[in-house]
Design a protein around this ligand. Sequence first.
Ligand code: BGC
Length: 757
Amino acid sequence: MKKEDIQNLISQMTLEEKAGMCSGADFWQLKSVERLGIPSVKVTDGPHGLRAQDEQADHLGINESIKAVCFPTGCATASSFDRQLLKKIGKAIGQECQAKEISTILGPAMNIKRSPLCGRNFEYYSEDPLVASEMAAALTDGIQSQNVGVSMKHFLANNQEKRRMTNSSQVDERTLREIYLAAFEGAVKQAKPWTVMNSYNRINGTYVGESREYLTDILRGEWGFDGYVMSDWGAVNDRVEALKAGMDLEMPASSGINDALIVKAVRDGSLNENVVDQACERILNIIFKFTENRQPDAVFEYEKDHELAAEAESDCIVLLKNEDEILPLAKEQKVAFIGKYAETPRYQGGGSSHINSWKVESAVEAVREIAEVTFAGGFEDDVDEVNEELQNEAVRIAQEAEVAVIFAGLPDNFESEGYDRKHLNLPNCQNALIEKICNVQKNTIVVLHNGSPVTMPWKDRVKGIVEAYLGGQAVGKAVVNILYGNVNPSGRLAETFPLRLEDTPCYLTYGKGVDEAVYSEGVFVGYRYYTSKKQEVLFPFGYGLSYTTFTYGNLKLDKSAMTDQEALTVSVDVENTGNRAGKEVVQIYVAPGESETARPVKELRAFDKIELAPGEKKTVVFELDARAFAYWNTELHDWFVESGDYEIQVGKNAEEVLLSESVQVESTKKIKKIYTLNTCMGELMRDEKAGAVFGQMMSGNQQAKEMAEANQEDPSGAVNAEMMAAMMNDMPLRQLLSFVPGMTREALEQILAAVNQ
Ligand code: BGC
């Protein structure tokens, strides 16, 4: 519908109808206004499939939702590093929405994994904002290509489940910009989501839902978002303030209470009616975008989408260890599948994203088409304690086989929406089982089903480790694809696996604080921290193995010097030097040189996934613009590229640099400095212009010269040259009154006036 037509409709609505339009009709429906032909549309969770409830609606899925397809969850799909794959999944979800008449799906969930403890990390993509943003943009592209909207969530800095509805994330401006806003920024700009969902939490004391800065100034003003903002379910504190800040739709309904407050505020003059009109316009715009472009013939293709879920997960699985090339397995080998998850896989998480899968394909089921294996459950789900009987049976079949494949992972109650994890360990019964099996079987492989990193005390004892994450309803088939080599593994970790919880960047503060989470690690999140600190990890960000080998060469930068107004073209050749086709994730990191600002030693600035036949070679090309070199400068309140040398690294992962070249970047932006009596000499002298003025004015001071010379001679030996240099560097100008005989306040003020010109 045209803008004027929508505005015309709004002009015919009563104030009560308009206020009503700004909240849901129930849990999932928006309101209709029948007399004006405004239909009611439905929104549904998300993000990795449909959780659409029919009659009995409730918030967290206590009542059953319709049968649907559970695609791999966010933690898995991010490991694919494959934009095309995410787009394909998105397209399928979009079609399913069309078939079920759902206007908007509540996802992608794209919060940063600040800590591996966050209960909801399984839904999220990465610890890195570029990966989170690119994956979310690709999924959005796919969904919205079917004329169904997304809701990018949870905007913003919602990185823990503990007290998620009231907690205040205490984050500084630079960290917000470089990490938490950045995850949304790229996706919003690129993929133009129909809606964004604001999170429950506060930031630095203010509810996100009441923050004009985030919901309007940044989201709309800076990034050009033109859809509507909806609240997370119940994330409304002061409805009128929220509406003013830019939260257009309250979800779900609030029994008309908040609508009445809107009406009252307009009537008493504390809320401009235009604000209500504007929110209605944004909401109606999306409603009609959906209803006017319906695909009435769309069908929910259960079988086809199940196959896509299997294909997708096969490209998400990360091969973490493959000693003696234990994998892939041969059909003829005598293999034992051990562990509950081989038969009843853990493939999704609890809470609002929980899908009522119409079918689940386990590894035990999928392997039957390929090979004969034996099976034993080995442990009980959801508990820590060893079940001796189950364990003994598993040890027995492991002993009788040539290879034991243990399907381990985190039980449902170990990670979920609503609360955070307490530790990174697998249940004791599973760790004990793995150890016992390693005692009798030297060819042991562990397949993991988990939504976030776990510790692996048995890492050196097993020969293979396969990270399947929470891989969706077809995870069993995908795992079998990888185990038997039907698919060559190509997933890479989109998060670091630390050695211990104590090593994580926010260990000291995460989950602490009654109603405040202090983000004291700043921008040093995930690999930004581990690589800067040279902290040993279990598996680094970007890590993953393949059944083939790739060789890199011929890294080229199209220039060796540039300004921050130009873009750098980087190209590198990648060759498949093994004898199997395979996919590789090419990762480009930028490492700044010397800097006065605390910066991570490197940051991922571009990546691509390519496919190569055996012997095939491709040149992969990337464009790096100023943003790839920039940090957020809090004096400028803007991105700033420091002049200097930057290393462009091709990384096998965040730790392993394969090739590197250097480029000199010159900043064209000058930070205007105001010097005061408290400015230190060193800072002043580093400013070319100010330094020259100062130098010249001081050169007239004969006594100062004599003092400097006398000091350089250092007759007592108490002051060495370095100390002298440091003292001068860090000496505020006012101090010259004490140390430079003859210096006067007037003279200093004259100097300041001159350098500040
Ligand atoms: C979750 C959202 C979800 C909503 C609706 C909330 O509790 O945080 O992610 O979309 O419920 O189920």
